[in-house]
Design a protein around this ligand. Structure first.
Ligand code: GDD
Ligand code: MN
Length: 370
């Protein structure tokens, strides 16, 4: 009986390796075998965070876990994204050191003990596997992928002023306390969790970069696509302005500006084509509303995208909301412009701002409701 505490103490994990996986069935067993080798002598655990793979990935994890209780699974349904997968895996663990590693064997696991030594023995808070320091490399990437990666790296260095050689890296180890300092400010969008963490920390962490060579994939397919790029742009935007206004509102306002431009263009064309003002203005208004609806449906509310009948119903509610917004716009601006009050442009802007906020609030509740 009194041996239980000793046993429990002996097995408490020091290091948790969080491994996001999406359809990586054939990589699970080889990866755990590699961890078992390179982490010999270290109390480790691995948490696979699976976003509802359809290829038998979870079964592969369960099979391995039958023989090795250090292997755990977090199964998420209706969720996507490497970043949120890492965050939730990290939060499900009690280990004082947390690593992020891909589940496709492209990250060089022999780096893990060196990362741990850097944190535990050398006082670093963050150890990053970098492809862009001497000794590292991107393996067999084609010119396009390598160019994209370099561009994304430069952009983040400039926009977020993050001084990392490889901010796009998804391979790193961090102290629990350091992760916790960033946890409440994380954007948790898309793929780039390291960038998110570093940009969320109130002060720069003490970090070291260790070179590694990005391996080629043997099993399964890459999940990199246009969505990954869009999520990256949203992450940058959220890190830049997210503490002031929600990114969704910024997108909504951007679409609104495009709508005004489209409106003026159509109005001009209509007038040139011989329509009278009321006709041309009506057509322009219709084009602007439909255009805004389509763009907001594609970008601003992509995660709640409407299709089929719900698309049509959404268009109707959106048009109604915009009409109410226009009435509000008029009332506010006419009131402000009234005798002894503001100048024309203050009144006009206030009216427009009022309808923007109304349209956003009402359509996110009614048109694109969760
Ligand atoms: N849970 C979960 N959810 N896992 C995912 C998802 C997802 O939505 N998307 C991808 N993964 C898993 C994959 O199964 C794999 O284990 C890992 O995340 C990386 O996905 P890949 O599709 O193989 O990414 P990559 O090779 O293009 O990108 C790599 O390079 C980037 C740097 O350019 C990764 O290492 C990234 O972490 C890294 O940022
Ligand atoms: Mn990969």
């Amino acid at each position: 009986m009194n041996q239980l505490p000793a046993l429990a103490h002996a097995t408490a994990p020091q290091l948790c390796v969080v491994i996001p996986v999406l359809n990586e069935r054939d990589n699970i067993a080889p990866l755990v075998a590699r961890l078992n080798e390179v982490l010999a002598g270290i109390a480790w655990e691995a948490i696979f965070v699976d976003d509802d793979s359809t290829d038998g990935t979870r079964e592969a994890v369960r099979a391995v876990a039958q023989a090795d209780p250090r292997v755990r699974l977090l199964h998420r349904i209706g969720r996507r994204g490497l970043s949120s997968a890492f965050i939730e895996g990290a939060q499900a663990s009690l280990a004082p050191y947390i690593a992020a590693m891909d589940g496709d064997m492209q990250h060089d696991e022999t780096l893990l003990p060196h990362m741990l030594a850097a944190l535990r023995d050398d006082g670093y808070e963050l150890a990053i596997g970098s492809r862009y320091v001497a000794g590292g490399g991107v393996g067999d990437w084609d010119a396009t992928r390598a160019g994209l990666s370099t561009l994304a790296t430069r952009v983040s260095q400039v926009v977020l002023r993050v001084q990392l050689s490889d901010p796009m890296s998804g391979f790193f180890m961090i102290r629990r306390e350091t992760f916790d300092r960033a946890a409440r400010r994380l954007s948790a969008m898309g793929f780039k969790i390291l960038l998110d963490i570093v940009a969320s920390l109130p002060s720069p962490p003490r970090l070291t970069e260790l070179p590694y060579k990005f391996r080629s994939r043997v099993h399964g397919d890459s999940k990199m696509d246009a969505g990954v790029l869009r999520d990256y742009a949203l992450l940058l935007l959220d890190k830049l302005v997210g503490h002031i206004v929600p990114v969704r509102f910024v997108l909504f306002a951007g679409v609104g500006l495009l709508g005004i431009a489209a409106h003026l263009l159509v109005l001009r064309i209509g007038l040139l084509a011989g329509l009278d003002f009321a006709e041309a203005q009506s057509v322009a208004t219709g084009v602007a509303i439909v255009g805004n609806f389509v763009l907001n449906n594609l970008f601003t509310f992509r995660d709640r995208r409407l299709r089929g009948w719900r698309f049509l119903r959404g268009l109707v509610t959106f048009a109604l909301i915009c009409s109410v917004g226009a009435v509000g716009n008029l009332s506010v601006s006419i009131f402000l412009f009234g005798p002894g009050h503001s100048s024309w442009w203050v009144a006009g802007l206030a009216g427009a701002a009022m309808s923007l906020v109304w349209n956003y609030a009402a359509s996110s509740v009614l048109t694109w409701r969760k």
